[in-house]
Design a protein around this ligand. Structure first.
Ligand SMILES: [Zn+2]
Length: 266
């Protein structure tokens, strides 16, 4: 309590509270904030060495390091959440900065070396972690779809055929057929080209059905009508429907720009 204050403790507390509020109001005014910012900038400029020296000393202290580490550990969830929110909000800025950073690294041989060494060290240190993470991803729905998509993209490129198959469409095909359209088996599902890719079949929504591994490899590059006859089964309805759609030239989604570039590149 201030010695010069004439009044009770309660009154003094009330006075402090009011003056604090007034201060807060004053310093929250935009014009005052702007002024403060300019002043701080000037101050930082003049005392640059002093400030960085102070920071260095502070960060070098073990207890400080420990404290930061613990704090980050305790607030991990909220930090991740905040980072995500920030990235979402500043998407353009983040992308631009990332690109700039990548460009800087590719141009600077020292930085490049440094990064390669860091990546190598990181890979070696976290070998098991990376392996289990990759396994988990490859077994997830997203990973499987990506793998399937990439495989078909590669095949289309090899045969020079049209490719337009989004991850969304792969999901749709699985949802539509659910089981092998030829024998009804519900395991080892693969995407089967109705018109074989080697006979000019396109890789798009209307040329794919779900087939089990056995049916798919048995059918291989045979004509679907001939193969069904050989196997002694009726040609599935969905196949007739899709072939009709193909004849009408119905197309769902075109390939993305990067995929078109990939297909055009060779
Ligand atoms: Zn089958």
């Amino acid at each position: 309590m201030d010695k010069n204050f004439r009044g009770t403790t309660e009154e003094y507390k009330e006075f402090r509270k009011r003056s604090n509020e007034a201060n807060r109001r004053y310093y929250n005014k935009p014009e005052v904030k702007a002024k403060k910012r300019i002043y701080k900038k000037e101050y930082d400029k003049i005392n640059k060495d002093k400030i960085s020296e102070y920071g260095r000393k502070l960060r070098a202290r073990l207890e400080y390091k420990e404290r930061v580490k613990n704090w980050r550990k305790e607030n991990r969830e909220s930090l991740i959440k905040r980072g995500k929110e920030w990235r979402e909000k500043n998407k353009e800025y983040k992308n631009r900065k990332d690109r700039e950073y990548q460009r800087r690294i590719t141009k600077d041989p020292i930085l490049r070396e440094k990064r390669l060494a860091y990546q190598k060290k990181n890979r070696e240190e976290n070998k098991d972690k990376i392996k289990s993470y990759n396994q988990k991803y490859n077994n997830s729905e997203k990973g499987k779809i990506k793998y399937t998509r990439h495989n078909h993209l590669r095949l289309s490129k090899k045969f020079g055929n049209e490719f337009s198959l989004s991850a969304e469409e792969i999901k749709k095909i699985h949802k539509r057929d659910k089981i092998c359209v030829y024998c009804g088996f519900n395991k080892f599902q693969e995407l089967d080209h109705i018109i074989p890719i080697s006979k000019g079949g396109k890789s798009n929504y209307n040329n794919f059905v779900i087939a089990c591994r056995s049916c798919n490899s048995s059918k291989a590059n045979k004509d679907v009508f001939i193969w069904c006859k050989e196997k002694g089964i009726e040609v599935p309805k969905i196949i007739i429907e899709l072939l009709e759609k193909q004849n009408q030239g119905v197309q769902i989604i075109s390939p993305t720009k990067s995929e078109r570039d990939f297909l055009d590149s060779q």
